[in-house]
Design a protein around this ligand. Structure first.
Ligand SMILES: [Zn+2]
Length: 353
């Protein structure tokens, strides 16, 4: 599915604060009106050895897909026992259950009027083949050199190179690991420079929550015409990152990376994996412990990264295994990592007979 930013970010306009935008809209529509939004699970990654952060939930407004609410409170128990999967859940929420900052806090008072519907057909058939466009959104104050905190250090050209250019990066890892079946290419459109666009941050950005700032950035792009299917927000380190080093939306289109890790294939490839529906690759009690897969967290957290791919199960799930397997079946052998890893490395490389 081809999304355009002008559609994604409709209505939001160029407002200084998303909360103010939401409050203005609420006054227009009335507190009794109901909004519909699609619930998405967001995974946050941590460095090796750090305590894991819990997943969080956001909700994309159906009528205004560029507007994203944050779900807080008893979200897990609210959906407990239901057929919950990121992307297949839609909730109907009266404005009276939405906080003044535009977010939805689920508690005893607000939960009762919220209705839920499940439909697995809403799970967008996340394509894992073909050509897909990526827009890198730098939220950076490039004019104010005195305040390094608000800067995203790699400039637009460097970001292009680090995402789409040489070495291990988003484009090249997926191209190599998919056997050229999945190709991420730079988005194109108004003000987009080789797949990268810069948005001035709000005046006060440090300690603002990452969701608020990325919603702000979406609003700044409202009037532009840009074709893209995925959006990678690269934002200053000094935001409130909810304890994660990078975040990715399951079965979705958004990823969020702080400037320190903007150029690392570890963050780029891992978070895009969540967009494609991949969960984490663990080993024992360590949810990130698989040393053979980008869905762990053991790839070096630097610009160089590693010539690694995904483990066998994920390659199968991505649909990139089929040709290799069928070819090997002719020899009555199924070869595991070593045969099809396309340069996976790690101590548990093995053949499966
Ligand atoms: Zn993750």
């Amino acid at each position: 599915m081809q999304l355009t930013v002008s559609f994604l970010f409709a209505v939001c306009g160029t407002v200084p604060r998303v909360a103010a935008d939401y409050q203005a809209r609420r006054r227009q529509q009335g507190a009794d009106e109901v909004i519909q939004c699609n619930v998405k699970e967001i995974h946050g990654m941590v460095l090796p050895g750090q305590v894991e952060v819990p997943a969080k939930y956001i909700c994309h407004d159906v009528e205004e897909p560029g507007y994203t609410y944050r779900l807080s409170g008893g979200v897990g128990s609210f959906f407990e026992g239901e057929d919950m999967a990121s992307g297949n859940v839609q909730i109907n929420v009266p404005h009276s259950a939405i906080n003044s900052d535009g977010n939805i806090s689920i508690d005893d008072r607000t939960a009762s009027p919220i209705t839920i519907s499940y439909d697995r057909r809403r799970l967008s058939s996340v394509s894992t083949t073909g050509k897909k466009k990526v827009l890198v959104v730098r939220v950076s104050d490039d004019d104010d050199w005195s305040n390094g905190e608000r800067k995203v250090e790699p400039d637009e050209l460097q970001m292009y190179s680090d995402v789409f250019g040489d070495g291990n990066n988003l484009k090249n890892v997926y191209k190599r690991c998919s056997g050229n079946r999945l190709r991420f290419v730079p988005a194109t459109g108004d003000r987009v420079n080789r797949g990268v666009i810069t948005v001035d941050p709000p005046e006060i950005v440090c300690n603002m929550n990452m969701d608020v700032v990325s919603n702000y950035a979406r609003a700044q792009l409202a009037d532009l015409n840009i074709d893209t299917e995925h959006i990678m927000f690269v934002m200053p380190d000094c935001l409130d990152w909810d304890g994660g080093m990078a975040w990715g939306e399951m079965n979705g289109y958004s990823t969020w990376i702080p400037t320190s890790y903007a150029s690392t294939p570890m963050a780029q490839v891992h978070e895009m994996g969540h967009n494609l529906g991949l969960g984490h690759s663990g080993d024992g009690k360590d949810d990130y412990g698989d040393k053979t897969c980008y869905m762990g967290n053991k790839v070096p957290w630097d610009d160089v990264g590693a010539k690694m791919c995904f483990n066998a199960g994920k390659l199968w799930a991505l649909g990139w295994y089929v040709l290799k397997i069928s070819r090997n079946l002719q020899t009555r052998k199924i070869w595991g990592f070593r045969e099809v890893d396309w340069n996976c490395r790690g101590s548990d490389q093995r053949e499966i007979y």
